[in-house]
Write a protein that binds this ligand. Structure first.
Ligand code: HGA
Length: 611
């Protein structure tokens, strides 16, 4: 994803900008650029395709310095990765912008601006912002005020920063759908899309909220909210460890990462949602064109990522009417695969270096797929580099070997894919997209509510600590969630766990059930609920202990040997994401009770780069 860094200071800020970009680089990039206001009173720019080190070399070869500047690493959505599409974009010689996000009405604005005589030098959506602002400055000469007027005409998502050679006392910024944070210094201030970029210069931050406009001067920061009122945003002191590779207040990385899920899910959604729809371009510049041709989807992944793919199959077929197959990469890569015409190949991997998944992608290229899409947490990985399209999960570094936040952000990304494909193909039911976009926006809060059940789940975990086997049941899209629950328990507590679609119980596994075999169930709150209740009776009749996670509106109650844990109500389609949380917590607390090495379970490794 793109990165933004900006600075206004009394010293040369060029190296601060470059260092900031480097810190954001792990998310991926295709070009980098910066513009500074030089001592000669002009904006000077350097842009390069590729890594930040290319830009750094360009600056070393042709030095530039200044006390005000903006910089950017780009992940193209509109227009190919090239030097002329790299940010910052200029209007004339005096105005420069860097932008994260997608301007949806860019075509319309481009036409209007061309009519006003503006000449475009890139294919990006971003360039309309800078010309629009330039035009607005003709009637509203104050840069900050002009920005307030201009952003009203932008539809879509943006986090943007602007500098002007005519008003070099400030950096101005606007946030709507893509995050921005101000770094507060002494006699100098900074801006970035992620505080990580600014840790070298400050530990005090102010987070912009949706719709905020900011004017950042060396010695003063002013902010206006969406309604145009001047507001104060709280300055927060950053404590090392709150997000870094450090457990902070948590006993294990896994617990910390479980608790990060509301934040990282929010981050994964940011910049990808319009008012009532998914921004298709978030998948890359050719996404809309390619998605229009997709008639089938083939998902390939391993382990936890495979379970995310299994959930997506239910979504793609039920919501978007698109046939979908899912297969583990180690099987897919070694069998003869018959590819249906117009099939999109989707690979899912946290690290993007999973050997089997990567090999499957490489094979897929020979097999006649329409195109490849990577859903991945590491922007600079092989999987991303070798795929046609990418959607990055923005889970941040995951240290615990057993995947947690990577899984839920994969699910969110796959829901975005479902809606994007359905939107482009016109196969979603009326109102489905708007409704799910709304539900997705509320998801981080629901996840927070599920995390608040921590103590209840810790108590329930006592039921499992002395057991050797556990059965997980689910139906519909909750079946893969049960599979993921079983995998988590196996991975970190070493208790043997199996997952079954609840309807399969009587076809075999019921023979295993006795009072030594707890049965964990994730109950859907749809037409399958009544069927599931019958399945649970079958377990109770054999003396099995039941732990049921059910919607608070599902009218299920505790009874002899049945522990019902009420879950916050959520739209059926998003239930798999929410119900993952208690299962992660359950495995975690069982493992803690058993005293296993939670973060580094025996025999396992984080990024499986071998076959
Ligand atoms: N739409 C802009 C910025 C892309 C972006 O934010 N990517 O994450 C462009 O294509 O340059």
């Amino acid at each position: 994803m793109c990165g933004i860094v900006g600075a206004v200071a009394e010293r040369n800020i060029t190296t601060i900008l470059i260092e900031g970009l480097k810190r954001l680089e792990y998310r991926g990039y295709d070009s980098a650029g910066l513009a500074v206001y030089s001592a000669q009173g002009a904006l000077e720019r350097r842009r390069r395709i590729g890594k930040v080190s290319e830009l750094e070399a360009a600056v070393a070869a042709q030095p530039l310095s200044g006390k005000l500047g903006i910089a950017h690493t780009r992940w193209a959505t509109h227009g190919a990765p090239s030097e002329h599409n790299a940010h910052p974009h200029f209007s004339g010689h005096d105005l420069a912008v860097v932008h994260n996000g997608i301007i949806e009405n860019h075509e319309e604005l481009r036409e209007q601006l061309k009519g006003l005589g503006y000449v475009f030098s890139s294919e990006t959506d971003t360039e309309v912002i800078v010309h629009l602002l330039h035009h607005t400055l003709k009637t509203q000469p104050d840069l900050t005020e002009a920005l307030k007027v201009a952003v009203k005409q932008l539809h879509g998502a943006y986090g943007l920063a602007v500098i002007s050679a005519k008003q070099p006392d400030r950096l101005v910024a606007a946030r709507s759908g893509s995050p921005l944070v101000i770094g507060l210094g002494h006699g100098e201030n900074f801006l970035a899309s992620d505080q990580l970029a600014l840790r070298q210069v400050t530990d005090r931050f102010m987070y912009l909220e949706e719709g905020d406009i900011a004017e950042i001067r060396r010695d003063k920061v002013s902010i206006w909210n969406q309604a145009g009122q001047a507001v104060q945003r709280e300055a927060v002191q950053y404590h090392e460890g709150a997000e870094a590779a450090d457990k902070g207040e948590y006993r294990h990385f896994m617990l910390k990462e479980i608790h990060e899920q509301p934040t990282v899910v929010q981050r994964t959604l940011e910049g990808r949602l319009g008012s009532d729809h998914v921004l298709v371009q978030a998948f890359g510049p050719q996404a809309a064109e390619l998605f229009a041709k997709v008639r089938n989807v083939q998902i390939v992944a391993c382990g936890t990522s495979y379970h995310a793919g299994m959930v997506a199959r239910y979504w793609l077929e039920e919501l978007a009417g698109i046939p979908c197959q899912v297969e583990v990469a180690s099987e897919f890569r070694y069998r003869k695969v018959v590819v249906q015409p117009d099939t999109l190949f989707v690979s899912i991997s946290q690290s993007g270096e999973t050997a089997d998944t990567l090999a499957a992608l490489r094979n897929a290229k020979e097999l006649g797929f329409l195109a490849s899409l990577a859903i991945c947490n590491v922007g600079i990985s092989s999987l991303v580099r070798e795929s046609d399209l990418t959607l990055l999960t923005l889970a941040g570094p995951e240290i615990g070997v057993a995947s947690t936040k990577a899984f839920t952000t994969q699910l969110v990304s796959l829901m975005l894919l479902t809606l994007a494909l359905g939107q482009v193909r016109g196969t979603l039911g009326a109102g489905v997209e708007a409704d799910l976009v709304e539900q997705l926006r509320r998801l981080p809060v629901r996840l927070g509510e599920a995390l608040a059940m921590d103590a209840t789940i810790e108590k329930i975990s006592e039921l499992f600590a002395d057991k050797h086997h556990t059965l997980f049941l689910g139906r519909g899209a909750q079946f893969p969630v049960a599979m993921e629950g079983a995998l988590k328990l196996k991975e970190i507590s070493y208790i043997h766990a199996e997952a079954y679609p609840a309807g399969e119980l009587k076809h075999g596994p019921l023979a295993l059930v006795d009072n030594d075999m707890p049965v964990v169930t994730v109950a859907p709150n749809n037409e399958l609920l009544e069927k599931l209740k019958s399945n649970l009776q079958e377990v109770r009749a054999r003396g099995g202990q039941l732990v049921v996670f059910a919607d608070e509106q599902a009218r299920m109650s505790n009874g002899e040997g049945t522990h019902v844990i009420a879950m916050p109500h959520i739209a059926d389609a998003l239930a798999p994401i929410l119900y993952t949380i208690p299962l992660q917590l359950l495995s975690y607390y069982v493992a803690v009770l058993k005293g296993t090495d939670v973060d580094q379970p025996r025999n396992l490794a984080k990024s499986v780069t071998v076959e």
